[in-house]
Design a protein around this ligand. Sequence first.
Ligand code: DC
Length: 222
Amino acid sequence: MNSLVIAIDGPAASGKGTLGRRIAATLGYAHLDTGGLYRAVALSTLRAGGDPGDAEAAAATARALSADAIGTLLADPGLRDDATGVGASKVAAVPAVRQALLEFQRAFAARPPGGAKGAVLDGRDIGTVICPDAPAKLFVTADVETRARRRFEELLGRGIPAIYAAVLEDMKDRDARDSQRAVAPLKPADDAFLLNTSALNANQAFDAAMTFIRSKPAFAGV
Ligand code: DC
């Protein structure tokens, strides 16, 4: 891998996406929210009238997606819909879907778009499966109540009616699906920096992450 890669993994609503975007903007690196890729497969399957729970249909969709088609889907407002998120967690459990998306992710990491010197990828298996040689790996987490509270407030902020207890149950279900699935389950890489953001605001989490990244020889002076 010839670019500088920062791998960020963690559960839903841990703040890894916000953190990843900010780190990438600060360093002038490209950023890839890899959850968006699983959402893109789910959305594309749904739009074609298929069922994201059908492993064959999801795998066929994933194999047929070109890099251009992925780019278009990542910008689609439907990507953030609840139905897309539920479908994404189903397609993400299908090994053939993960395999089909592997090359896209590795190519992004090795040759970041726009000629950027490095890339920040966030997801569930970046440090363990996609970029195991990344010179900086972070595992961002927060307790489930904190994450549910953040997601609840985000939904209300977007004008979407929500019930905290239901958001909390949903978060627990997603945690279980993400960490108990057979392929690429959510878990920290052995050499990941564990960043628990339960008691940190966004600035504090960012400062802790940058201190860790700058402590790595590959990123000295960034
Ligand atoms: O982070 P998100 O909600 O956008 O992720 C959507 C789904 O994709 C979620 O169920 C976890 C899964 N996912 C994954 O399996 N591997 C990744 N690298 C990123 C996301």
